[in-house]
Design a protein around this ligand. Sequence first.
Ligand SMILES: Cc1ncc(COP(=O)(O)O)c(C=O)c1O
Length: 408
Amino acid sequence: MPPSPLTTSSPPLKVADRVASGPSSEVRQIFQTALKRTGIISFANGSPYLGELPFHQLADDAHRIVTEFGSTALQYGASNGIPELRRHIVDLMAIEGVAADPEQVIVTAGSQQALGFAAHATINPGDVVFAESPSYAGAMAVFAAYEAEIVHVPGDRDGLIPAEFECLVRVAWAAGKLPRMLYTVPNFQNPGGMNLSAERRILLGRICQEQGLLLFEDNPYGLLGFDGATMRAIQPDAPDITFYFGSFSKMFAPGLRLGWLLAPEALHQPLTDIAQTAALNPSVFNQLLLTAYLDGPSWRDTLARYRGLYRAKLEALVGALTEHMPAGTTWDLPAGGFYLWVTVPQGIDTHELVHEAIERGVAYVPGTAIYTNGAGRSELRLSFCLPSVEEIRDGAAILGRLFSEALA
Ligand SMILES: Cc1ncc(COP(=O)(O)O)c(C=O)c1O
């Protein structure tokens, strides 16, 4: 029997073209390798330290939720999330000046899923997405999956430079491309640690409005400034074009997989439809557990303790790096968040050395995993929240030795 044209030209196990051309996440691979090895000190994963959470209180809440509300908690639910949680989300966003109605909020399985929904709704192949340089690898992977062209915009300690952004948008228009959106992490950015200044927030929103772009404001770290100060979000000054993304992963626990999306009003319904098609609804049980936590007073104290703890861990890291890293290593101190972005002297290739570092018991994210254009061999991201102070000191000493040997 002759082979079917279908099976010869399109073997059934061949993935779709857009999947084949997508990036394989270097961060994810390093993260997986680090997870498999026991005793590894990981500066690689952007995971919070959970040891301060009130586990007994959460266990009591979980017990109560199942025994008293089991037939609701374990049932399907509304595709945009339970109203009690959406009300808390509105209160949280109000801290940063966002005025929203709970009906406008869509609860998702983490902000990563929300980014996927928003990208699905807005990006066509070839659209240009502008992002910080460097930017969050997980978002870059989403935009690449929707076949966007990613353009990194130069920045400094105050974040993206608006004039550079405007210039790049004009270049894209002139080249016949469609500049579609600016993606930014304005607070304690992943991976750079910088904060977008108040002035630039307003300017960038204005440029997006004038140039006809959307703005994706991704804000998982806004409440994690070491001094507890918060900044006004971009959304209030550009509500018609801004998608605001929030997360409970960094301020509470990523294991519940809960985040949210506030879309421009005109796009709320399509986004709700996308959420329903993709996931039906976020876990009702997890939402009830989170709501119980937010109903009580303790989460504010817990968050305050985390801020102090994370500041102390960053200080330990910087102290140990100062002691052990080769001369010429530099970094800018973040005022909050999870990440220290480090630049090492020429002659050290952080991409080449990452596997040897894991052999010696330390994982980090090389800059190449963050940029989409092969840059970043002299840079690395160190996440300081999860390891203990002792592990941080030991890990920095191991890295210092490895990098010094590479220079010798
Ligand atoms: C900037 C940024 N956005 C989104 C996410 C995804 O977070 P979530 O756990 O809410 O999906 C992360 C996680 O590291 C992040 O750093």
